[in-house]
Design a binder for this molecule. Structure first.
Ligand code: FPP
Length: 222
């Protein structure tokens, strides 16, 4: 969800206004995914590198996450959304961790959209964490296989993403789901995240429909 800062700057507003507006796009995209019966949506909200931003912005984002989880809980429950948070929770305040756990528990049996929000997430962190978990489980006695690495990744409950959408014009993955994106279709758009609306999502999905997913095979074999 890139481009919040630039969206605000263009309007001579503080960067945090861009994040506030970005939250509206989050709501729009969740609603649209539900309407379209898309089973999994994973949002990259805060990377392990985002702590390097000015303290004021980091603090603002942390309270925005906390408030959103509190405020949107009932809507998520009502709309049958299964909520998950992926990322290293260690540096979060206890209050936030408790709220996250509570919402995950309350929505764990929901059968609609699985919404995963990545906060303090990094693909490299996730892989190292999975390796460590495997070593702990097997007391370092079993060699790591792809299957048990996948079982220990944060998104072990979801299939690999079909489509990555990055807003804001940059064409990179920035340490997001680096393992899972191996065969994902990549879609980059200049649209800034706060401007990303239903129409922009449909444009991305239409583009995705045109792609031929070969997974190493030839066209004729599909
Ligand atoms: C990147 O834009 C955006 C972020 C680091 C924050 C994303 C947060 C939200 C969209 C709001 C809330 C989300 C949830 C899930 C509750 P940027 O600041 O890097 O923009 P720039 O590249 O234009 O500076």
């Amino acid at each position: 969800m890139d481009g919040n800062g630039r969206w605000a700057k263009k309007r001579l507003m503080p960067r945090i206004s861009g994040h506030k507006k970005g939250l509206e796009s989050v709501r729009t995209v969740i609603t649209q995914c539900q309407k379209l019966n898309i089973p999994f949506l994973t949002l990259f909200a805060f990377s392990t590198e985002n702590w390097l931003r000015p303290t004021q912005e980091v603090n603002f984002l942390m309270s925005l996450f906390q408030e959103s989880i509190k405020k949107e809980s009932s809507a998520l429950i009502k709309h049958n959304v299964r909520f998950k948070l992926i990322g290293d929770r260690k540096p979060f305040p206890k209050k936030l961790v408790d709220k996250i756990k509570e919402l995950e528990k309350l929505t764990e049996k929901n059968t609609g959209l699985t919404l995963s929000v990545a906060i303090n997430y990094g693909g490299r962190w996730d892989i190292v964490n999975a390796v460590n978990r495997h070593q702990k489980e097997t007391l370092s006695k079993k060699p790591l296989t792809q299957k048990n690495l996948i079982q220990n990744l944060s998104l072990n409950y979801a299939p690999d993403p079909d489509l990555l959408i990055r807003t804001g014009g940059e064409k990179r993955i920035s340490n997001f789901l680096i393992w899972q994106f191996s065969y994902s279709e990549l879609y980059f758009t200049e649209t800034l995240w706060p401007d990303f609306n239903e129409r922009a999502l449909m444009t991305a999905l239409f583009e995705f429909q045109k792609r031929e997913r070969r997974y190493g095979k030839t066209s004729e074999q599909l």
